[in-house]
Design a protein around this ligand. Structure first.
Ligand SMILES: [Cu+2]
Length: 145
């Protein structure tokens, strides 16, 4: 194997690796979580790698996913996901993503996804307007990052 072939092989393996090993995570949308919290996602903060996908599952009825803050370069869905429908999103820009459940946004039903451990947009996340019980919850989530 000459140097060029070796280089080409390594580059190819790198790209195959990125696609084959991209992970998929499930987040449940819940009326009640094991810890007693109500109207909540199963993960308050989910850490994923670039190009990983998250599936939000309709374990309990009546919930959805509405992104309200994200890295500037992220291309987000234009509308909130449909209530009672499973929803998937692949995170292809690093940074913090903040989302809420449209029907329960005032009840603290918000959560974060952190992609590639990148906290560079934390100030944008912290200054995002959330309502009701979500204000305190967002402060707590950010404090825990
Ligand atoms: Cu909800």
């Amino acid at each position: 194997m000459n140097r060029f072939t070796l280089f080409f092989t390594l580059v190819t393996l790198f790209f195959i690796h990125n696609n084959v090993f991209a992970a998929t995570y499930d987040v449940e949308m819940l009326n009640k979580r094991d810890d007693g919290e109500k109207m909540v996602y199963s993960e308050d903060v989910l850490y994923v790698d670039l190009n990983d996908t998250v599936n939000w599952l309709t374990t309990s009825p009546g919930h959805n996913v509405e992104f309200i803050s994200a890295p500037e370069s992220a291309v987000l869905p234009k509308k909130p996901s449909k209530v009672n429908k499973e929803f998937s999103y692949t995170f292809d820009e690093p940074g913090i993503y903040l989302y809420q459940c449209s029907p329960h946004k005032s009840m603290g039903m918000i959560a974060l996804v952190v992609v590639d451990g990148d906290l560079s947009n934390i100030d944008d996340i912290a200054s995002t307007r959330v309502v009701g019980k979500s204000k305190k919850k967002l402060e707590a989530l950010i404090a825990g990052l």
